[in-house]
Design a protein around this ligand. Sequence first.
Ligand SMILES: [Fe+2]
Length: 427
Amino acid sequence: MAGSPETIFTVDPVALKYGAGALRELGVDAVALGMKRVMLVTDPTLAALAPVATAREALRAAGIDVVVFDRVRIEPTDASFRDAAAFATEGKFDGFVSVGGGSVIDTAKAANLYSTYPPADFLDYVNAPLGRAVPVPGPLKPHLACPTTAGTGSETTAVAIFDFVESQVKTGISSKFLRPTKAVVDPTATYSLPAGVVACTGFDVLTHAIESYTARLFSSRPAPADPLTRPPYQGANPWSDGGALRAIELGGRYLVRAVTDPADTEARDNLTFAATLAGLAFGNAGVHIPHAMSYSVAGLNHRYTATGYENEGGMVPHGLSVVINAPAAFRFTADTAPGRHLTAARALGATGGGLSDAGDILAGQLEHMMRATGIPSGLKALGYGEGDIPALVDGAWKQQRLLVMAPKEVTRDHLATLYGAAMRYWD
Ligand SMILES: [Fe+2]
């Protein structure tokens, strides 16, 4: 009932095929969706690696005409989205298969949207205030999303994120129609990733899970007058909590192992499953401050080169841009929900402490894991200084759809303090 507290949460089904060898069955999945001519979206590095070859072979063996598009930019821009959209329009495809990380999957979502329902202007579908947030008119063509990094969760989410270069800000397109038709998750596809990439994407997994678990409760919103206007990010709820907590546990146990020993396939398998669980949780509950703060950290910096991303030119990888804010953010949010922060810290492997210092325990455990995996010590190590804080705050302030998911109110002054705290965590 309108005005009273929300009592309902919803779970939209996401079709998922999970396990070693899943990529080899891709042809069967594509035929079942009626695909005959497919745009296989990937990036230039992955194009030469085993997961793409396996996917292409599986599709061809099923009699499908496959055209590879390998020009995806890691951390895509409006220009790289347009490039993929033009390719999709010209190619007259009836289906999309993406094999790669979040950048690849998001680019496939955009190519599908812009070729299926060409807008008058690129910014029409882009989230307000930067874009006009015109609703996507209807279902897109089928899209099989095959992640090769245990990270973004893009294979199950309804958003496509990109860098709008002119405004130096990351933004995105949100619509339930962007959600891939099926996620095909084959953990063996992550085996070729360099350690630095496993670290950045692994911390993206962990922050998705911890942010979902510490997001405001779904029952803290007023019930909508019209059930159809229930928001896609509902807040923490019993369904998202289950997957989020399990993902935090798996991340705590396996992230450092997966980074420090490339041959530890048990760790990479478990991290991939954690990524899937965390993706489902945050697609349902939402993420908050660390992700909101990440957009300007990545958007304003095109000079930094992260370990494992040397071929991409200057940019801050998504997972790094998020986790670098996370210790500061969880110290700030812990007082509103100390029990949840302490439970998350315990799931991550922290011992000692109690409810009164839950934020410190959680942040300290994250910092410990960041140090163990070669993550920089804070924003200063990425090249930021105190003078950049106003611009960083401006970028984060635009992410209201995420800031409202925080368990407490966030002001511009809070954000400035948080960026200050994130400058340097250890010496
Ligand atoms: Fe993320």
